[in-house]
Ligand binder design. Structure first.
Ligand SMILES: Nc1ncnc2c1ncn2[C@@H]1O[C@H](COP(=O)(O)OP(=O)(O)OP(=O)(O)O)[C@@H](O)[C@H]1O
Ligand SMILES: Cc1ncsc1CCO
Ligand SMILES: [Mg+2]
Length: 241
């Protein structure tokens, strides 16, 4: 939650973190995008997530799902599938999460808690299948990030491997996707690819000063805050596949 909120502030967005279904009807209609992350899912948080997702849909706000560890337990998988039935605009996960959702299966030996045990390349077909079945834009993060609407597939080649050694960089980039989707909800695929590329560029520039994961975390946020258009345009690596 810390890294996600600080990522959003550095990018010029205005995060607010809520867990109560009681206040969601007052709050959600006024947001520009809703981000639901099941990272530390508990049985009493899930109903509030569903209330918020339903409100976002009713008020035509984009909502974005991070299905953390979807394949690690039956509880998480079912929760994620129920949330997906409430029509997110974008789902961003690592390869193992997207494969688990596309196959609607959990507990296989290929799932390793919140970290991926697959390369993102292994999940491209799963991402297309999930995009087609859900109607969402689906992103798989990794060495190359893939983004698909089920038809088009885009690859993003920014970032550094050390980003995997900081917990919640995936959660943070999904937050950034929500902010980008808020700017132009009708171009969710472009917003998603752009957010992944910009976050990756911030990681690359941050890595020039970092000595390890802890200092990369700090320099990544600083780099994101300091990015300008010229740097972004000269460094983003987005290709249509
Ligand atoms: N090998 C790599 N090279 C470059 N960038 C990477 C690499 N692996 C991950 N990234 C980048 O790190 C960020 C997090 O992706 P990752 O796939 O690790 O998410 P995640 O597993 O959901 O992480 P978490 O659960 O800790 O939030 C993304 O921006 C991704 O592009
Ligand atoms: C480590 C961890 N556990 C639940 S959420 C989370 C952050 C990375 O997804
Ligand atoms: Mg994750």
């Amino acid at each position: 939650m810390d890294l996600a909120a600080n990522t959003l502030l550095s990018a010029g967005a205005s995060p607010a973190m809520l867990h109560s279904s009681i206040e969601s009807p007052d709050f959600t209609p006024h947001v520009h995008a809703l981000y639901i992350n099941v990272g530390t899912l508990s049985d009493n948080w899930l109903p509030a997530m569903k209330v918020a997702a339903e409100l976002a849909s009713r008020f035509n706000k984009p909502w974005i799902l991070d299905p953390v560890a979807a394949g690690a337990s039956g509880f998480r998988l079912k929760a994620c599938l129920e949330l997906i039935s409430l029509k997110p605009s974008v789902i961003r996960g690592n390869a193992s999460e997207i494969i688990a959702l596309a196959n609607a299966s959990f507990g296989s030996s290929s799932t390793k808690g919140v970290d991926s045990s697959h390369d993102s390349t292994d999940a491209v077909e799963a991402a297309k299948s999930l995009a087609n079945s859900s109607g969402a834009v689906v992103a798989v993060s990794g060495a190359v990030d893939f983004v698909t609407d089920g038809n088009r597939v885009v690859g993003v080649r920014n970032g550094v491997p050390m980003m995997q050694k900081i917990t919640a960089t995936g959660c943070a980039v999904t937050a950034l996707i929500a902010a980008f989707a808020a700017v132009d909800p009708s171009h969710a695929l472009e917003a998603t690819a752009s957010a992944l590329a910009v976050f990756g560029v911030a990681g690359e520039i941050g890595m020039e000063k970092a000595a390890g994961p802890a200092s990369l975390r700090m320099h990544l946020i600083d780099s994101l805050h300091g990015l300008d258009l010229t740097t972004v345009i000269s460094r983003v690596k987005i290709d249509t596949l």
